[in-house]
Design a protein around this ligand. Structure first.
Ligand SMILES: Cc1cc2nc3c(=O)[nH]c(=O)nc-3n(C[C@H](O)[C@H](O)[C@H](O)COP(=O)(O)OP(=O)(O)OC[C@H]3O[C@@H](n4cnc5c(N)ncnc54)[C@H](O)[C@@H]3O)c2cc1C
Length: 493
């Protein structure tokens, strides 16, 4: 039977889906529709490519079109899907070519939606579009590189992971950088002490911080634009920059799908564990989709968590493509652990699983705080915070601090670990702050355990590698886990 699988989106998730579909069925017609003129490239490298004037944007390309043609996968570039009718199994698209723009209709038997996400629009009254620069596509990177020579001062709007990576890239290029965010600290949703350490590091590296401030309006001038900032207390400030980097987050590309399909508040498409959309012959993966992670939700948390990360796109794409080719939910996606790692100048930061919001944490009944230790085993110094009478959440938390290297080797830096577990000991999540030295990769054993509903006791019992150049014998990750696995830890008097 000459059946047609159509895949919307020709990057990580879409191409992983195409290759998996080909492995599952040799006789399927596979067509990838891609709105831009690019396929198969790595967005994660954008800030690092920008920071290096010797590298061309094209270095980010991963696989050439010929590789997919050899697998009998048809690629259609410059073709944007405008609307999908899942009942009639048809879609409308806009094709851009030398002869202009034309609209077409296309029939399909199975569909994979892998349309990713776009930079969230940032509207600042008075700011012309020419002074606003996102960094989400290869064309964005080309535009940045073209205008770098004329830049001296840049405002980065948004202190999330991308905003921080961009601050580092721009400082590396010798630019003055102003970081603006309405939140009082960078990295909303991460542990508060970690966020404070990141703010201090940014300042140390010469990034001027306007945290807790918003850009109210802008006034364009011949050589720069003047930004008017305001604080929640009603204060105002003026700043002059040549460009504003739009780092206020991303929005899933799902507007071409029927409104009746379930979406999260952010607009990501709700999918099952097999990455299926409703009961339709439609599967979705990558930044446009949202599924349930390995860590179950507590009361008040949403079951599905949007996790726009590259591995989610790659592994999800494979499952979506396989199932779409099979026409059945033969495979389930491995439960995601929401693991994230990034660098901010001299700091490495990682998190995984679910972390309670700071307010919840303040009310948590069994907070333990393990201060830095100089001896071999620091558990004797562990102390627990006072239980809160009105605590609704019985999440247990621990925090351990130490050094990145053992035996006070030169170059050792700060290493801190935060962990959370359910009252029965099942791990919920954690975060790591490391001053260089690869310390953030300690998140990996935690991620592996979270994927299997592991406990703090299991984490504490892991026989991990040790030698002084790689970390201390009493590793903060294991110490934090050990403390968390002892529910009898004495509360503070
Ligand atoms: C600067 C930056 C740094 C990042 N760093 C990391 C990192 O360190 N680690 C990590 O895990 N992740 C990182 N990510 C996220 C990671 O790049 C994404 O999760 C991943 O690229 C998602 O892949 P995707 O295939 O779902 O979406 P995309 O890569 O966005 O691909 C979707 C494709 O669909 C196309 N499309 C959209 N709408 C339509 C339509 N209507 N019709 C046809 N085609 C359409 C788009 O043009 C696009 O090519 C980073 C992202 C950015 C931008």
């Amino acid at each position: 039977v000459d059946e047609q699988l159509v895949i919307i989106g020709g990057n990580t998730a879409g191409l992983a889906a195409a290759l998996a579909a080909r492995r599952r069925r040799a006789d399927l017609r596979i067509l990838v529709l891609e709105a831009s003129g690019e396929i198969s490239w790595g967005a994660c490298g954008l800030p690092y490519n920008l920071a290096d004037p010797t590298r061309a944007p094209e270095d980010l390309r991963v696989r050439p079109a010929a590789f997919f043609h050899e697998q009998d996968i048809q690629l259609a570039l410059g073709q944007r899907v405008l609307a999908v009718d899942p009942t009639a199994r048809r879609l409308q698209l806009e094709r851009r070519g030398a002869g202009g723009v034309e609209r077409l209709e296309l029939a399909w038997d199975r569909l994979v939606v892998a349309s990713g996400a776009r930079s969230r629009e940032l509207t600042i009254p008075g700011l012309p579009a020419t002074r606003l620069a996102p960094l989400k596509t290869l064309d964005d990177l080309r535009a940045w590189k073209e205008r770098l020579g004329g830049l001296r001062r840049v405002a980065v709007a948004g202190a999330g992971p991308l905003g921080l990576e961009l601050c580092e890239a721009l400082r590396q290029l010798g630019l003055e950088v102003l970081l603006v965010d309405p939140e009082p600290l960078p990295l909303k949703g991460w542990p508060r002490e970690l966020r404070a350490a990141v703010a201090a590091e940014l300042e140390r590296q010469g990034v001027r911080l306007r945290l807790g401030w918003s850009i109210r309006r802008a006034e364009d001038q011949p050589l720069a634009c003047r930004l008017e900032l305001e604080s929640p207390a009603g204060g105002t400030a003026l700043e002059e920059v040549e460009l504003v980097a739009a780092c206020a987050g991303i929005t899933p590309n799902t507007e071409f799908l029927p409104r009746s399909l379930e979406r999260t508040a952010a607009g990501a498409l709700a999918v099952s564990a097999a990455l299926r959309v409703g009961g339709l012959p439609v599967w979705a993966a990558g930044d446009c989709a949202c599924r349930e992670p390995a860590v179950p939700a507590r009361a008040g948390e949403s079951a599905r968590v949007w996790n726009p990360q590259a591995r989610e796109a790659l592994t999800g794409g494979r499952v979506a493509g396989w199932n779409a080719a099979a026409g059945a939910d033969e495979r389930q996606a491995t439960p995601g652990t929401l693991t994230q790692v990034l660098r901010c100048f001299g700091l490495e930061l990682a998190r995984c699983g679910r972390l309670s919001e700071p307010d919840e944490v303040a009310a948590a009944p069994a907070v333990v705080d393990i201060p830095p230790v100089s001896g071999l085993l620091g558990l004797g110094m562990a102390r627990a915070a006072r239980p809160s009478a009105a605590a609704p959440a019985a999440v247990r938390r621990s925090r351990a601090a130490g050094q990145t290297l053992g035996h006070a080797l030169p170059g050792a830096g700060r290493l801190e670990v935060w962990l959370e577990a359910e009252p029965d000991g099942r791990l919920r999540g954690g975060a790591i702050l490391s001053e260089g030295c690869g310390g953030a990769l300690r998140i990996n054993p935690l991620a592996a355990l979270l994927q299997r509903a592991g406990t703090a006791a299991e984490l504490a019992a892991l026989d991990l590698a040790y030698s002084p150049p790689f970390g201390p014998l009493a590793d903060p990750l294991l110490r934090a886990a050990e403390h968390l696995s002892q529910p009898s830890a004495a509360p503070l008097p």
